[in-house]
Design a binder for this molecule. Sequence first.
Ligand code: ATP
Ligand code: MG
Length: 388
Amino acid sequence: MDNTANPVVRAVGLTKVFRDFWGRPKARAVNDIDFEIHEGEVVGLLGPNGSGKSTTVKMLLGLLYPTGGQLSVLGRSPRAVETKREIGYLPEESYLYKYLTAEETLDFFGALFNLSAAERRNRIDQLLDMVGMEHARRRRVGEFSKGMQRRIGLAQAMINDPDLLILDEPTSGLDPLGCREVKDLIMALKRRGKTVIVTSHLLSDVEDVCDRVIILYGGRIRATGTLNELLTVKQETRIVTPELSPETTKKLLELLRGDFREDEFSVDHPRRSLESYFLDVIEQAKRESVETAGVVGGGKIAAYLSEDEKSDAALASLLKEETPETPAPAPEAVKAEETAARVEEKIDALTGDEPKQQSAPMPEPDEESRQNLEAADEKLADLLGKNR
Ligand SMILES: Nc1ncnc2c1ncn2[C@@H]1O[C@H](COP(=O)(O)OP(=O)(O)OP(=O)(O)O)[C@@H](O)[C@H]1O
Ligand SMILES: [Mg+2]
């Protein structure tokens, strides 16, 4: 499939100069950059602090006007209302309204996108489950820890079933489990053909999910390419085998000494990543039911997303795609764990089987919330381009 003919994003000579009160140039945040992003790609926008990542993202969203150059997003101007409808955005800083509960927040954003009440409820249930925040759905966002706010922000960015997701530092403030879940989520979205642009300072996260990176410095592109192109060390060869016996090692070393100097090669044991070790330790603690006062949702998403067919069925429904013809895998394939049972219930609901429980109706916001909501309404509607 040729996805290069109509790029999702095309920037030519894109420039943004911030000016001071008197119109004098203050910062050349983005300086004459060209790039394209194609359908189904996961692209990392990298660079040190102040290199122009967020400014580029804000121009993609139509929140900032470019000073120069051309920019098209989904074939249109970034300021077109139709464009905004098809984009999901997780801002660098949460703009969540602290007096609303988690579900009111998602309901509010769903309403901005004109989703019906039934559709909103359905998506909110799935999204809260997916980001591991089901247990906190009736708590006010203002009470949430940074990581919890990030999770709600992610859910909010997906409420409108966007074709293009722009995530400004999605893993910032998340614990390693949360990071893993966000990465799994990005990979699941990629499998669904969605395009994702992600900025992050956590290079290992970027390495895990991105097909391609664009590295900015001082508002200019310093390097771009697929991770394979950029990172493969062609001058070296690595052979990984099961543990070698002393005899084989000896034979191998003799062979290598025939070709190379002693300081040109090395033989050692590979080391696993700290992330994979950490996740194993936590998984073990969970199995042993060690108590924690922190977020408990992590395992829930992992179970939800780790069973690919299930998560794909859930995502397919969430993302408005055809529900797969084949029903979810047979119940006997599911482990008899509480989390798995919950997933199963969800899949039943998604595949049109009899729902085992009705979701509770959305509680009415109290008077204070309502007033605050009205005040926030204008600002948020403006942010999402509804007033244009
Ligand atoms: N509203 C603004 N007014 C003036 N200057 C700005 C504004 N927003 C950004 N800048 C400047 O533009 C440059 C790029 O900032 P930007 O926020 O795009 O960086 P970033 O790559 O996202 O950095 P970080 O990693 O810290 O998030 C910086 O020099 C910054 O001071
Ligand atoms: Mg930034």
